[in-house]
Write a protein that binds this ligand. Structure first.
Ligand code: TYD
Ligand code: MG
Length: 452
């Protein structure tokens, strides 16, 4: 039986229960309840007087001053730099490059004359020093500390008085008063709370690194998302060198910006021109390849979609996707079958976004449909072509947001035709040297896109 000072917390949603449960009664996940020991319970009544509430327009507006890390892709995702006193969580799979990114940011900030403390609970200072030399940032006045006791970390921070703290990682530090092991929900939550108090009272921005596995099984980061000001995820495919930094929550900026990096031998390099990364060299006569101008945050980015359609050997047709939504592809196949009359029932279909990027917006529908049709009919595109549009169940092409930006990006990269939703919002200006073809339904789109 659990002692009265023990409780159980769900590592997925943070639900608290006094007894162990096989399945969390809040989020329904199995085997997520972790035991934690409660610290000193503060049962003494509060002595200080309650603060008076005041009308919102009596509170002076103070512009929060930010400072740049010098890594533009990171600054943009943060909403324009680091806010003093903010707590930022950087999550991601192990080995994706979190330590590398923050090490590079730390060195840039310390080069700009600010004091930065990098606390590593996972590596010795020698190991961190070795990574720094590999990143060619050996000679910066950056403070290093290898420590796993959160109280000693706090003491060190107070001694050094830095203007930026990086704690790598939150799972590796622990509080001695708590009996549970490092990395447990209780420990992670308690340590993060301590860092938050420090950040808020001293006005020092703190970056926490958190490891997450694909299954989200590892205790920690999920329960932290509620506490911190900003949650960033660093993601990428293991077999590709590029990495995407995504904002999931941001109290000081928008969350739809992304930062793109490429992992190289000397660390992460910023990618300012992502369009060139996600297209093959542009053999125009192949079938099953269409480029789509997508928008990530405020930036347009051209991505090549490839499809392969071939007769099924036996049994049920196989459908496979990489980088695009599986269900979306099934829906597009059904629309092509029913509205355009393509007999795809006995065909295997494979759809892939080049470069390992993940595309979520429905605006890529039309490119997927055209790539599938092109492969099925063995017809290439009519020129260097880009296509964008959402497909409805009746086969109509629906408008997409920020169309003009997408068209301009395609024109900038030398495309000769851009197939776009024709119903409304077609920009009157035609981009230089590029034909903009507005289409209303899938049949029209196939007509104007494929070379028959
Ligand atoms: P790391 O930052 O240690 O990952 P995380 O902190 O997220 O666990 O990065 C580890 C990977 O990055 C490792 O597989 C090696 C690779 N890497 C490079 O390719 N180039 C570099 O300059 C560095 C420092 C790491
Ligand atoms: Mg690391």
């Amino acid at each position: 039986m659990a002692s009265p000072k023990t409780r159980f917390a769900c590592s997925s949603c943070g639900y608290i229960s006094s007894r162990w449960l096989g399945r969390c009664s809040d989020c329904g996940e199995w085997n997520t309840m972790m035991e934690e020991t409660m610290g000193r319970s503060d049962s003494s009544p509060r002595k200080d007087n309650a603060r008076a509430a005041c009308p919102i327009n009596h509170i002076p507006v103070v512009e929060e001053e930010r400072f740049a890390t010098g890594i533009q892709e990171l600054d943009r995702v943060l909403g324009g730099g680091v806010v003093p006193g903010s707590l930022v969580l950087l999550g991601g799979d192990p080995g994706i490059g979190k330590s590398t990114l923050l090490m590079q940011a730390a060195s840039r900030v310390s080069l700009s004359g600010k004091k930065v403390l990098y606390v590593s609970g996972e590596e010795s200072v020698q190991q961190v020093r070795m990574r720094a030399s590999r990143l060619q940032i050996g000679d910066v006045p950056l403070y290093l500390l290898s420590e796993t006791d959160i109280d000693l970390v706090e003491e060190s921070i107070r001694n050094v008085a830095p203007q930026l703290v990086i704690l790598d990682s939150i799972q590796s530090v622990c509080k001695r008063d708590l009996s549970s092991s490092p990395g447990g929900v209780g420990q992670v939550r308690e340590c993060a709370a301590q860092m938050m108090r420090l950040a808020k009272t001293e006005g020092i921005p703190v970056f926490l690194v958190g490891h997450v596995t694909k299954e989200g099984a590892l205790a920690g980061p999920r329960v932290l998302e509620h506490m911190v000001d900003t949650v960033l995820y660093f993601e990428g495919e293991r077999h590709h060198s590029f990495r995407i930094l995504r904002g999931v929550k941001n109290r000081f900026g928008s969350t739809n910006e992304i930062g793109i990096f490429q992992m190289e031998n000397e660390g992460l390099k910023e990618v300012f021109n992502p369009s060139e990364l996600f297209m093959t060299s542009g053999v125009s006569d192949v079938t099953g390849s269409v480029v789509v101008p997508t928008i990530e945050g405020s930036r347009p980015m051209l991505v090549e979609i490839q499809a392969l359609v071939c007769p099924t050997g036996f049994g049920t047709p196989r459908r496979m996707t990489a980088g695009v939504d599986y269900n979306r592809v099934s829906l597009i196949l059904a629309v092509l079958e029913k509205r355009v009359g393509l007999h795809l029932g006995g065909q295997d279909a494979y759809v892939n976004a080049v470069g390992g990027v993940r595309l979520d917006e429905p605006a890529v529908d039309l490119a997927i449909a055209l790539a599938l049709t092109s492969s099925f009919k063995e017809k290439p595109m009519a020129g260097r072509l880009a296509a964008v549009g959402e497909i409805g169940l009746t086969g109509e092409i629906r408008p997409v947001p920020q169309l003009e930006k997408r068209i301009m990006e395609a024109a900038r990269l030398g495309f000769s035709i851009c197939v776009v939703p024709g119903g409304s919002g077609l920009p009157p200006v035609v981009a230089k040297g590029m034909k903009v073809a507005g289409v209303e339904n899938l049949e029209q789109a196939i007509e104007s896109a494929l070379r028959f």
